[in-house]
Design a binder for this molecule. Structure first.
Ligand SMILES: *Cc1c(COP(=O)(O)O)cnc(C)c1O
Length: 230
């Protein structure tokens, strides 16, 4: 098997060539793995649980860009708001208001998470609920939160045409939201889509940020924990 370093350079080149940036998803993996990638020059890491992220961040250099990619409970916002670079899972107005309130003097960057998959999920905006959220923000602006784009997860399926269609939908939502609400904000530019199983499709549909774990780091061992945080 190729070394982590070889796999990392191949993958990061492929993703850069596709016009996106790589977020390495390190949930369940030890700090030592993050440190190895850090030493190869990587800075963008994704975690989906508050406790795990806090514990890891405390042991690692300050210039890591932490991406929070899981559902975030409002009562945990204050724990992570001081050091997370980008929240990918902005899925409700209440969460955005809480992030705004806890931001204090820093600016907090967020993506709006849309539910694009043909699977039940409690999380993620629909076009309609997204519009309501954005209208509410237009009326009562957020002071510290900057919305930088959208995020979504495709259905877990071998049907590549379906996955492409879902990513196309997310790109369309991005364009509509940009035109309607962020036409004068060049910072609204991110489309976070693509994981180990579907990132080549996501790149073809205009992804700017791919979130990859298992393809680079192998299968996750959840031990006793469940996967509900995903
Ligand atoms: C775990 C996770 C990923 C990475 O998944 P892989 O299939 O291991 O690449 C990406 N995005 C989110 C939101 C995740 O929870």
């Amino acid at each position: 098997m190729a070394s982590l370093s070889d796999q990392y350079s191949t993958l990061s080149r492929e993703i850069a060539a596709g016009g996106a940036r790589l977020v390495v998803v390190t949930k369940t993996h030890p700090v030592s793995v993050i440190r190895q990638l850090y030493e190869m020059g990587h800075r963008d890491f994704g975690e989906n649980r508050v406790g795990e992220l806090e514990e890891k961040a405390a042991q690692l250099p300050d210039d890591i860009n932490w991406h929070f990619i899981g559902h975030l409970q409002r009562n945990k916002v204050k724990n992570v708001v001081p050091f997370v670079t980008l929240f990918h899972s902005g899925d409700s107005l209440r969460l955005l208001r809480e992030l705004d309130k806890r931001a204090e003097d820093r600016s907090v960057d967020v993506l709006l998470q849309y539910h694009i998959a043909d699977e039940d999920s409690k999380y993620g905006l629909t076009r309609e609920s997204g519009r309501e959220l954005l209208e509410s923000i237009r009326e009562e602006p957020l002071r510290h939160v900057r919305i930088l784009g959208v995020m979504g997860m495709a259905t877990y399926t071998d049907d590549e045409e379906q996955v492409a269609e879902e990513f196309r939908t997310l790109h369309e939502i991005f364009s509509e939201v940009k035109e309607t609400y962020f036409v004068d904000s060049p910072d609204f530019a991110e489309i976070s889509m693509g994981m180990s199983g579907d990132y080549p499709i996501a790149l073809r549909q205009g992804s700017t940020l791919v979130r990859i774990g298992s393809k680079l780091l192998g299968d996750r061992d959840y031990g006793d924990a469940d996967e509900a945080g995903n």
